[in-house]
Design a protein around this ligand. Structure first.
Ligand SMILES: C[S@@+](CC[C@H](N)C(=O)[O-])C[C@H]1O[C@@H](n2cnc3c(N)ncnc32)[C@H](O)[C@@H]1O
Length: 312
């Protein structure tokens, strides 16, 4: 009988029997059926994603390769510094507040923004998290005419750190036909990309003087199932290859849809992402990263749970 009912009806019947359940139990009870309907259930599937605490997840394997934390970066960055974590590359795609532009996507954006002063206190800590003199920070911000004045105020905040400009470039958004995306009669402005390191040098000398101007197809907009302000995977892969080697560690302080984490894992890097929105983590980051998880015996996984940061 139960087989012909919708999942919602089946669950309704279950509750009507006076039973209480956790999401995990619900998943066990309704198995495949529930899995199809719920992304959160996919997270509970097998032992591939481990939830280490409220809003904190690691992707499982013998060696942990990814940590995702649901936190406010403004506060949490101090904990990373206290834990003496060091990264080979740090990516900063901040939710900024600029005239004519909010986080790069106007009305589609509904998250809180980081003020210039908050940004300043974040990048002072960013410097402490870099592993070596030539470990690179990549910072992206809108470069349109109306927003450039405000963007410069954020960029100028780097003068309060010991970080020196390594290179400067841009990301031009293309349509799937390879044309520059437009906004009515106007071309969509480029996003600016800045790279900094403590030494002011590229990590790899062969990259010195190499252009950082990239033109890639723009990811789908939210109405087509994409994440607001999502960057192309290939853009992040290009930056990661430019500044790191396989096995090295990358931090994304505002993970969004998890593109940086995806790009890092696709190239064999370890990744650590911070993101304030549980919606972004549950509906975008974790589903996107599921394909990197490996099924390993539970015993091995248990040992990896002792300290979230041991993997770095
Ligand atoms: C510009 S988007 C990042 C997009 C990402 N690079 C991508 O390609 O999908 C900025 C992200 O910062 C998050 N955010 C906003 N305030 C935050 C905070 N205080 N701490 C951590 N994340 C925050 C937003 O939820 C949003 O997902």
């Amino acid at each position: 009988m139960m087989q012909n009912l919708s999942l919602a009806k089946k669950i309704e019947k279950y509750i009507a029997q006076g039973k209480e359940f956790t999401l995990q139990e619900l998943y066990t009870e309704f198995g495949e059926d529930y899995k199809k309907h719920s992304i959160r259930a996919r997270v509970y599937e097998s032992n591939k994603v481990i939830r280490t605490g409220r809003g904190s997840y690691i992707l499982a394997g013998i060696d942990i390769e990814a940590v995702i934390e649901e936190v406010d970066t403004k506060e949490h960055i101090f904990r990373l510094v206290d834990a003496k974590l060091k990264y080979d590359m740090i990516f900063l795609d901040i939710p900024y507040s600029l005239a004519g532009q909010r986080g790069g996507n106007r009305a589609l954006v509904d998250y809180e923004t980081i003020s210039e002063d908050e940004f300043k206190s974040i990048i002072i800590e960013v410097e402490k998290l870099l592993k070596n003199e030539d470990s690179q920070v990549f910072f992206m911000i809108a470069g349109g005419k109306t927003s450039i004045k405000g963007a410069k105020r954020y960029i100028n905040m780097f003068s309060h750190t010991g970080l020196k400009l390594v290179n400067q470039g841009s990301y031009t958004k293309l349509t799937k036909d390879g044309k520059v995306c437009n906004m009515g009669a106007y071309k969509l402005p480029k996003e600016l990309i800045f790279s900094y390191s403590k030494s002011g040098k590229e990590r790899f000398s062969e990259m010195t003087g190499m252009s950082m101007d990239y033109s890639y197809q723009r990811p789908p907009l939210p109405r087509a199932g994409g994440y607001r302000t999502q960057k192309p995977l290939i853009l992040l892969q290009s930056l990661i290859k430019r500044a790191t080697l396989a096995g090295e560690a990358i931090l994304d302080l505002f993970a969004g849809s998890g593109v940086t984490l995806d790009a890092g894992l696709s190239l064999g890097r370890k990744v650590h992402g911070l993101e304030i929105s549980s919606d972004a983590i549950i509906n975008h980051v974790l589903p996107r990263l599921q394909r990197y998880t490996r099924n390993e015996p539970k015993g091995l996984l248990a040992t990896t749970q002792t300290s979230l940061y041991d993997f770095m």
